[in-house]
Design a protein around this ligand. Structure first.
Ligand code: CO8
Length: 260
């Protein structure tokens, strides 16, 4: 499939989606959201793809937010539709059975930070900046920022960030647990690619089970979360990958996971 506002590449089982509107700092307009939906569906349907990187074109921004020129024209009805489509996309990314790494190569603001937060984790360039500056536009985050950011950094820092619109440096974002790793800008893609390849070599069944178990348990109480884990663990044991992984260890060889 061909796209106008994003680029999708697949190499060595790793897909990369690059949001490609560098003149608007890769701002998310409705076309980007629609094309991202289609690209993520395509990736979900391709069993040969084992990890996904999401990044922005150019060296200045990952995504500087929703496209403000489009936002300015929304009424409550069209805003609800746009916000809902954005939320659906974030949930679709979270539900992918493969690892998804946000490669934050510059500003990740508003909808850009929300997109990054829907990925499994974030690697950021040392010059990146993250924030939820919607308050400066007289609005609030609309692609999940009030919810996912608070779950990651806690209620009080989320309140401070969203109420002030402050930007955090990559280093501060790493300290607060928003970013997993800060890398010199020139080495960012390579570092994320290396981690993607590491996860891509694991069994597809256990990668998916890990993601689902953490996601389903996060909002539950500890006992319920642990019950979810017990069931997922038992299901994993029915897979060929589990037999292969344990046999390979005992036979002192490298496992060859088939993803079944
Ligand atoms: N939307 C549209 N265009 C943008 C955006 C944006 N979010 N951000 C930057 N641009 C454009 C600028 O207008 C400019 O275009 P032009 O060259 O034609 O004038 C170009 O990108 C370069 O930007 P700047 O000249 O401003 O570059 P600076 O280096 O001076 O500043 C900043 C960089 C700090 C990133 C600055 O551009 C900025 O503050 N951008 C806006 C950040 C922002 O407020 N983001 C939040 C947007 S709202 C949002 O994300 C809500 C999400 C939920 C929506 C729910 C749907 C209903």
């Amino acid at each position: 499939m061909s796209y106008e506002t994003i680029e999708v590449n697949v190499a060595e089982a790793i897909a990369t989606i690059t949001i490609n509107r560098p003149k608007a700092l890769n701002a998310l307009n409705q076309q980007v959201i629609a094309e991202m939906h289609a690209a993520v569906d395509e990736i979900a349907a391709n069993e040969n793809i084992r990890a996904l990187l999401i990044t922005g074109a150019g060296d200045k921004a990952f995504v500087a937010g929703a496209d403000i020129s489009e936002l300015a024209k929304l009424n409550p009805v069209s805003a609800k539709h746009f916000a809902s489509r954005g939320h659906e996309l974030m949930f679709k990314i979270e539900a992918l059975p493969i690892a998804v790494i946000a490669v934050v190569n510059g500003f990740a603001l508003g909808g850009g930070l929300e997109l990054a937060l829907s990925c499994d984790f974030i690697y950021a360039a040392d010059n990146a900046k993250v924030g939820q500056p919607e308050i400066n536009l007289g609005i609030i985050p609309g692609f999940g920022g009030t919810q996912r950011l608070a779950r990651i950094v806690g209620r009080n820092l989320a309140r401070e960030m969203i109420l002030t619109g402050m930007m955090l440096s990559a280093e501060e974002a790493e300290k607060k647990g928003i970013v997993n790793r800060v890398v010199p800008a020139a080495e960012l893609m390579e570092a994320a690619g290396k981690t993607a390849k590491t996860i891509a070599r694991k069994g597809r069944v256990s990668v998916q089970a890990t993601k689902q178990t953490i996601a389903n348990g996060m909002d539950a109480d500890l006992e319920t979360g642990c019950k979810i884990e017990i069931n997922a663990f038992a299901l994993c044991m029915a897979s060929e990958d589990a037999k292969e992984g344990t046999s390979a260890f005992l036979e002192k060889r490298k496992p060859e996971f088939k993803g079944k």
